[in-house]
Write a protein that binds this ligand. Structure first.
Ligand SMILES: [Ca+2]
Ligand SMILES: [Ca+2]
Ligand SMILES: [Ca+2]
Length: 392
């Protein structure tokens, strides 16, 4: 379906261009290569924004995916782009603002959608400019590369200085080299849920005289890597359920300074304990490019972690909710970062008959929560990969 929609967009774009007579110098049809993995960001794909217009001609824009049919491991399928409007202002100094509706037709949330311009070496105008292949449509001559800049359009998606994204984070088409990655890109203020749409405004300034132009912008789509709750033990046959713990996986490069783990009481919905990732109850181990943070709760009379049914726990980044799960049923939080949110019931449980030393764990292979599946109680693995779990 997504392929069909992209093909439709490409066809519409080709028709528009056909009316103007000349094709832009897009990069050659490529094949995706193996991605870098385990960086602080997830590479969701490489795309090309095509724009033409100016000098009284109505401006047009469309987006095509770079890389052909094969998706690399970290990319998401079903990310589609639909032009909603193009505005042009100015004469000698033209400002373009292309509003693109981005639809997440995948199955997992994109927490921090970020769009980063890249330079690609086989463009006709190689160099340090991210807008490539600009030509005058009047005579086909090349527009001077000087002065074409990305810009935030009035009211548009914020430009941000992007850290943690390097050329190594891209899977680029065969025969193509990413020469540099901009330190500045567009970033949405809100996460993009599965099956949701959000607008991104791409802005450009072109101080290049009173003529019509066409050009392309190649950009990578990224998401910050997201931590997830990986294992917990809240109820066993042991006295006071000891040891009670929760294990969280944090991909390399993720800032933990404003992360916290919050315990919620399913009876009423309020939180009953919050710990930062630098708390003295937390022990840390490293497995490959991931860190495992284990929250070792105090052994107290009756236990620290409530025994349901249900009870919940949330992973918070400041006041932002990262993840909200529960056991022995679903619940709605009434305060904290999960306030008003309904938990995801993990669907497996412990009881006071669960043998001491067993826990609930995710297994499977991947690098994000949705890659894994909760399992019935098994031998606990605090600070180590779970039974049957592989991180890549
Ligand atoms: Ca307990
Ligand atoms: Ca409770
Ligand atoms: Ca574990």
């Amino acid at each position: 379906m997504a392929t069909k929609r992209l093909a439709t967009l490409a066809l519409a774009g080709a028709m528009l261009l056909g009316a103007c007579g000349q094709q832009p110098s897009d990069i050659a049809a490529p094949v995706a290569t193996a991605p870098a993995s385990n960086a602080a960001v997830r590479n969701l794909g490489l795309y090309e924004l095509h724009i033409e217009g100016g000098a009284g001609k109505k401006a047009h824009a469309y987006v095509t995916r770079v890389g052909g049919a094969a998706l690399s491991a970290q990319e998401v399928s079903g990310l589609t782009f639909t032009l909603k409007s193009v505005a042009v202002s100015g004469t000698d100094a033209r400002s373009y603002a292309a509003v693109i509706g981005v639809e997440n037709r995948g199955v997992s949330r994109i927490a921090v959608p970020t769009y980063v311009p890249v330079a690609v070496s086989n463009y006709t105008e190689a160099g340090t400019y991210f807008v490539q292949g600009a030509t005058k449509t009047s005579d086909g001559s090349t527009v001077s590369a000087s002065g074409i800049t990305i810009a935030q359009a009035a009211g548009g998606t914020p430009l941000v200085n992007v850290t943690g994204i390097t050329a190594a984070d891209f899977s680029v088409p065969t025969g193509t080299t990413v020469e540099s990655v901009s330190s500045q890109g567009w970033q949405s203020n809100a996460g993009l849920e599965a099956e949701a749409i959000q607008d991104v405004t791409f802005g450009f300034d072109i101080p290049a005289g009173n003529a019509a132009y066409r050009f392309s912008l190649v950009f990578g789509v990224f998401d910050k890597a997201t931590p997830w709750i990986n294992e917990l033990s809240y109820d066993t046959a042991a006295t006071n359920d000891a040891p009670e713990f929760v294990e969280v996986v944090v991909p390399a490069g993720v800032d933990t300074s404003n992360l916290s783990l919050v315990l919620y009481n399913g009876n009423g919905g309020a939180s009953y304990r919050t710990d930062s990732f630098s708390s003295t109850i937390v022990s840390t181990t490293t497995v490959g490019n991931h860190s495992l943070y284990t929250f070792n709760y105090p052994v107290v009379n009756g236990g620290t972690l409530q025994n349901g049914a249900p009870d919940g726990l949330a992973l918070c980044r400041g006041t932002e909710l990262v993840q909200f799960i529960s056991y022995e049923g679903e619940m709605v939080a009434t305060n904290g970062c999960a306030n008003g949110q309904t938990s995801m019931n993990i669907g497996v449980a412990q009881a006071n008959t669960t043998p001491a030393g067993q826990s609930l764990q995710l297994n499977g292979s991947g690098n994000k929560y949705s890659d894994f599946t909760w399992q019935a109680p098994a031998t606990a693995t605090p600070g180590a990969l779970n039974n049957g779990q592989t991180l890549n």
